[in-house]
Design a protein around this ligand. Structure first.
Ligand code: FAD
Length: 409
């Protein structure tokens, strides 16, 4: 009948289990999750969860009964400690062993720890899990002056949420622009203005050099020599993939577990998906590791399909789902379709409407993707353009009166 063991019960791990059952997989499915909670979605953590008293139940992907009904054996609060590839089994943190025919690594990523003095003081927080968010929420109750280290998606989402709570917010970003790894300069500039208008202080080109305090945070020292008083510090400086388990088992890994077009690692019985997996993307023409719900879900579905296909798996088409992403920062919904980081030319559509933006990102003449703010229509059309490989010429977009809808129709 077979047996699939899934390491990691986040977005990707949950989806593999659910999709296996949906596709009629008859064997055993075991989902081993380090967090002692039902699988849940992370995106609300930095947007709504920290600023409301929402219950954890509002985050869960499926209620308890779903796992029982679908014969998904949930092992919560337990880690996969080691993989024995020779006899196809894993060792669990409570000492048990589980045999597998197929193993799926969906172990996600961990927050980067800044190696600076004071990073372990009381009042310093990070945000990856629901537990982190609950700690942060509790800490915020007694804090007014908040410093956020990192002007990426999570740092900025939190900044906007905390401004809504009327906290005094300073975002410190080492690079010369916001979200610099993932969006165009034009979109960075848009958000810089809007965050300042929301009342956050944004310091670009500045790094946190130390967190000061006697037992608990009192101030931060910055790379420009200045000091800022602070009651609470959030470190939002990106993540590193959890690829140690795979490395220790001798699987190829480099900034993530390396997988082929069907998410297989260098051991064909083992797959890796989601935030922990590095793969060759046709949308970037290089090896990438994506941190998005879309990527976790689509890779999980492909793996479930491949496992169910069994011997016929050679016929399963390789991964080429269009990458897309969103980030809600105050009243602004940023949506990105495609991998736009390598763009060398950006065409901004003249909309004549404040608070909205459409940026077409090109590499040479090729459209890499579209970044939009509060323009869901163009985002959805962008997904179609990339999925169907439709041509959108630079000159066309730059033309006066260009309208994407009539172009795609
Ligand atoms: P995860 O969801 O991180 O799950 C991995 C799980 O594996 C974790 O529970 C971990 O504890 C567990 N684990 C690790 N090692 C082991 C082990 N050895 N044994 C057992 N279990 C283990 N994406 C978007 O597209 N849009 C957004 O707006 C957005 N907002 C986000 C906001 C926040 C605050 C965060 C943290 C992420 C956000 N993301 C967003 C990213 C998105 O949530 C991730 O890309 C997605 O969760 C990845 O799924 P995953 O299953 O690969 O990893």
């Amino acid at each position: 009948e077979g047996s699939v063991v899934i390491a990691g019960g986040g977005q990707a791990g949950f989806q593999v289990a659910a999709s296996l059952r949906q596709a009629g997989y008859p064997g055993r499915v075991t989902l081993v999750s380090e967090e002692a909670r039902l699988p849940y979605q992370r995106p609300p953590l930095s947007k709504t969860y920290i600023k409301t008293d929402a219950a954890f139940e509002s985050l869960v992907l499926k209620p308890d009964g779903f796992f029982e009904k679908n014969r998904i054996d949930l092992r919560l609060g337990e880690r996969v400690e080691a993989i024995d590839r020779g006899d196809r089994s894993v060792t669990l943190s409570r000492g048990g062993r589980l045999a597998y025919d197929r193993l799926v690594l969906a172990v996600g990523a961990s927050n980067r720890v800044l190696p600076i003095p004071g990073h372990d003081l009381e009042g310093v927080y990070q945000l990856r899990s629901a537990e982190d968010a609950e700690h942060l929420r509790a800490g915020l109750a007694g804090a007014q002056r908040v410093v956020i280290a990192g002007g990426g998606f999570i740092g900025l989402e939190v900044a906007a949420a905390l401004r809504a709570l009327e906290k005094t917010v300073t975002v410190v970003e080492a690079a010369d622009r916001l979200m610099g790894r993932t969006v165009s300069r034009e979109v960075s500039a848009f958000f810089l203005d809007e965050h300042r208008a929301m009342g956050s202080e944004i310091r670009l080109g500045t790094a946190l050099s130390a967190i000061l305090g006697d037992g608990r945070v009192g101030a931060v020292a910055l790379s420009d020599g200045s000091e800022l008083a602070a009651d609470l510090v959030l470190i939002a400086a990106g993540v590193v993939p959890n690829d140690r388990l795979a490395r220790t088992a001798g699987l190829a890994a480099e900034n993530g577990v390396l997988v082929d077009g069907t998410m297989r690692t260098s051991d064909p019985a083992i797959f890796a998906i989601g935030d922990c997996a590095a793969f060759h993307s046709p949308f970037a023409e290089k090896i990438v590791r994506l941190e998005s719900v879309q990527n976790a879900v689509d890779q999980a579905k492909l793996v479930a399909e491949t496992i169910v296909a069994g011997e016929a798996a050679a016929g399963v088409a390789p991964y080429r789902a269009v990458p897309w992403f969103w980030s809600d920062q105050g009243p602004f919904k940023l949506q990105i379709v495609g991998l736009t980081a390598g763009a060398d030319h950006v065409e901004i559509a003249p909309l004549g409407e404040a608070g909205k933006l459409v940026a077409y990102c090109f590499s040479g003449d090729r459209l890499l993707g579209i970044e939009t703010v509060n323009r869901p229509g163009e985002h959805m059309l962008g997904r179609r353009i990339l999925a169907e490989d439709l041509v959108l010429a630079r000159g066309e977009v730059a033309r006066h009166g260009f309208d994407l809808k009539s172009h795609v129709a």
